[in-house]
Write a protein that binds this ligand. Structure first.
Ligand SMILES: [Cu+2]
Length: 163
């Protein structure tokens, strides 16, 4: 009786080991990041934002839950909302990346807000970013600083929600 129990327990252990790698595929390994950039800031401006495309190559929904960068004291995930004809930014807990689809971080939508920049961001510089996903896995990327076009600069935005 005792030996029969022991062999069952052993088979069970082998079973779970064999299936573990598939179950542990991390969000970070399923997400492809492309077209990252950070907008350059005018002298005296202390906030900027990072934009990129997140592609989920897996059959599971994932989410970006936080970001960090040595370039800013505070890094938040934001979205834009239309409120009384104005674009307002709001912090969000996560940015969803659905199975087999792309989530674009872009002007007027989701973005990674860089608050209290440690130094001015000039075009051509690289900003390191660490993106953390819902399972705690993360990816480190480097985003080039680019100049905003005049069209985008004239977009009405309320920045006061950051303070
Ligand atoms: Cu923002």
């Amino acid at each position: 009786m005792l030996s029969k129990f022991a062999s069952l327990a052993c088979a069970c252990a082998l079973f779970s080991t064999a299936y573990a790698p598939a179950a542990l595929a991390s969000a970070a390994s399923s997400i492809r990041i492309s077209h990252p950039y950070v907008t350059a800031v005018a002298p005296g401006q202390t906030n900027s934002a990072a934009f990129l495309v997140l592609k989920n190559t897996s059959a599971h929904d994932h989410a970006l839950v936080s970001a960090s960068s040595p370039a800013a004291e505070i890094v938040q995930l934001h979205t834009h909302l239309h409120v009384n004809g104005m674009m307002e930014m709001r912090q969000v807990k996560q940015i969803p990346i659905k199975a087999h689809s792309k989530t674009m971080l872009k002007h007027g939508g989701f973005h990674i807000m860089l608050i209290h920049l440690r130094k001015p961001l000039k075009p051509g510089e690289q900003v390191p970013l660490t993106l953390t996903f819902e399972d705690g896995s993360h990816q480190k990327i480097s985003a080039p600083v680019v100049k905003l076009s005049d069209t985008l600069k004239s977009m009405p935005m309320k920045m006061d929600r950051h303070h």
